[in-house]
Design a protein around this ligand. Structure first.
Ligand SMILES: NC(=O)c1ccc[n+]([C@@H]2O[C@H](COP(=O)([O-])OP(=O)(O)OC[C@H]3O[C@@H](n4cnc5c(N)ncnc54)[C@H](OP(=O)(O)O)[C@@H]3O)[C@@H](O)[C@H]2O)c1
Length: 284
């Protein structure tokens, strides 16, 4: 019974990973989220499956992630035999969490009030979550991953990390910190190669996750803001780079990504892959 941990599983692409993996027979899925009660879309999905285990964790907090992984190894909590078996090892780690807050993610250098504000947003939000987050999660779960024969680590990347694809004025903190995450995944691939690990970054393509963006205090306005921002981003990409991208559904993107993950081999170690397979190329 293969086990997967999806880090950042409350909504969007991570939620869809949980849904599609849980739908497969004989899978155990650990859905790691920083706010289990507030993860309404995930709770609704989990209500229909017995093989989803929701776990509270914030990728910024390494010490807490490490204790979580230790507890999972100690096999102290669940009465379910299948869960107990999988608490001693983990087959696949899918690191999906990222800082995607629409009020900050699309900013260009000129959109910060001053350099203090730029420094704060780059470091506290973007770098800690997008760049250090995967390092924290991979390091914390490594003992569990080492205990499995599968040894697969997937970091969800972005075309924004690629210099040729990111030639738009905005998304500065996001692009720079996703580029750092891409390098981190490469470094882990090199470090873990001799142990038989396959560590890859997968670009999901442009995905419309507005449907699960959640509600804010003004009802479903956040969904509308996410949808409008994505549309605006697509049109500024077209005008500034000539690249035309039609956003896909989370269902389509994750189904394609899972095919890539199912087919991972030693020769893929260290690569930046497209959700459709093959190495990432600009303009996909
Ligand atoms: N959508 C796209 O077009 C697109 C394109 C390229 C790459 N990507 C990449 O795909 C991944 C998912 O993106 P998405 O569009 O699905 O984003 P999303 O809908 O905004 O979801 C982001 C997820 O990350 C979680 N998260 C954020 N900070 C976290 C933290 N500190 N600890 C734990 N979880 C945290 C969020 O949890 P909360 O609910 O608690 O905030 C949420 O589950 C990201 O890595 C993103 O860079 C997306």
């Amino acid at each position: 019974m293969p086990s997967y941990a999806v880090i950042g599983a409350s909504r969007g692409i991570g939620l869809e990973y949980v849904r599609q993996l849980a739908s497969r027979s004989d899978m155990v899925v650990f859905a790691v989220v920083r706010n289990p009660e507030g993860s309404t879309h995930l709770n609704a999905v989990a209500a229909s499956f017995k093989n989803i285990h929701i776990i509270l964790e914030d990728v910024v907090d390494y010490n807490s992630l490490e204790s979580l992984a230790n507890d999972m190894r100690c096999d102290t909590g669940s009465s379910e035999a299948s869960f107990r078996d999988h608490r001693r090892k983990l087959d696949y780690l899918i690191h999906n969490a990222a800082s995607t807050n629409v009020s900050t993610v699309y900013k260009g250098f000129d959109d910060y009030a001053n350099m203090d504000e730029l420094d704060a947003e780059f470091i506290s939000a973007a770098y800690k979550i997008n760049s250090l987050g995967p390092i924290h999660a991979i390091t914390a779960f490594l003992p569990l991953l080492r205990a499995s024969d599968t040894k697969k680590i997937v970091v969800i990347g972005s075309g924004a990390a690629d210099p040729k694809s990111t030639q738009v004025r905005r998304l500065v903190a996001y692009s720079m910190t996703k580029a750092a995450a891409l390098i981190a995944a490469t470094k882990f691939a090199v470090k873990l190669q001799d142990e038989g690990f396959v560590v890859v970054t997968i670009c999901p393509g442009m995905v419309d996750c507005s449907a699960t963006a959640g509600a804010d205090t003004e009802g479903c306005r956040k969904c509308e803001v996410v949808a409008a921002s994505l549309k605006e981003m697509s049109s500024s990409m077209k005008s500034q780079t000539g690249i035309e991208v039609t956003p896909q559904t989370p269902e389509a993107s994750v189904a394609a990504q899972l095919k890539v993950i199912d087919g991972l081999e030693a020769s893929h170690n260290g690569l930046f892959l497209q959700h459709t397979g093959g190495e990432y190329r600009p303009r996909n």
